[in-house]
Design a binder for this molecule. Structure first.
Ligand code: MN
Length: 200
């Protein structure tokens, strides 16, 4: 069963003005679609064919094709889900309590996450992860992610931000920090809370 590009859970223009329509069209329809088809080509005929994306990414030493495109497939699936036109605001319940416990406050968490995203040199991602029941922030290069082993950024990711230039350059050009601030206006905290619950 080949991997399929998931449909966006909202329209391309739903995250305006924070994430612009054209960026969403290209990002989902070209970049994520490309990772998906290249992942399928990379696993075809290998022992990884038919395995879940989590099984593939934790299966050990990965070829460059599977690492980059498998990571790209997984990361973007999460990225679309943790944003929503009804997002922003603040988390509630157990997630809010865990953020306070780990970082001191929501603002302190936002600062840690934003710093991780802003200081990732070149292309990559910043993550909010759960490890042994505790939240932490880290970042990875390229399409790597925290479920890959040995990167010094490990755990179960529950929220990620794409800081590749393709994620923001049309609207924000070199102003990555402005894009990161805008991301918080569309964070789907309900989905992040659901991911948190699943990861515990
Ligand atoms: Mn991307």
């Amino acid at each position: 069963m080949a991997f399929e590009l998931p449909s966006l859970p909202y329209s391309h223009d739903a995250l305006e003005p924070h994430i612009d329509t054209r960026t969403m069209e290209i990002h989902h329809g070209k970049h994520h679609a490309g990772y998906t088809s290249k992942l399928n080509a990379a696993v075809a005929g290998t022992e990884l064919e038919g395995k879940s994306i989590e099984e593939i990414l934790t299966s050990g030493t990965l070829s460059a094709g599977i690492r980059n495109n498998g990571g790209g497939f997984y990361n973007h699936c999460m990225f679309w889900e943790v944003m929503s036109p009804n997002g922003g605001g603040a988390p509630t319940g157990d997630l809010a309590a865990a953020i306070d416990a780990a970082f001191g406050s929501l603002d302190a968490f936002k600062e840690a996450f934003s710093t991780a995203a802003a200081t990732r040199f070149g292309s990559g991602w910043a993550w909010l992860c759960v490890k042994e029941g505790k939240l932490s922030v880290c970042s990875t290069a390229n399409q790597d992610n925290p479920i890959m082993k040995g990167l010094g950024c490990e755990g179960t990711p529950i929220m990620g931000i794409d800081v590749w230039e393709h994620a923001y350059y049309l609207n924000y050009q070199n102003r990555r920090p402005d894009y990161i601030n805008a991301f918080f206006n569309v964070v789907n905290w309900e989905k992040v809370a659901e991911n948190f619950k699943t990861a515990l």
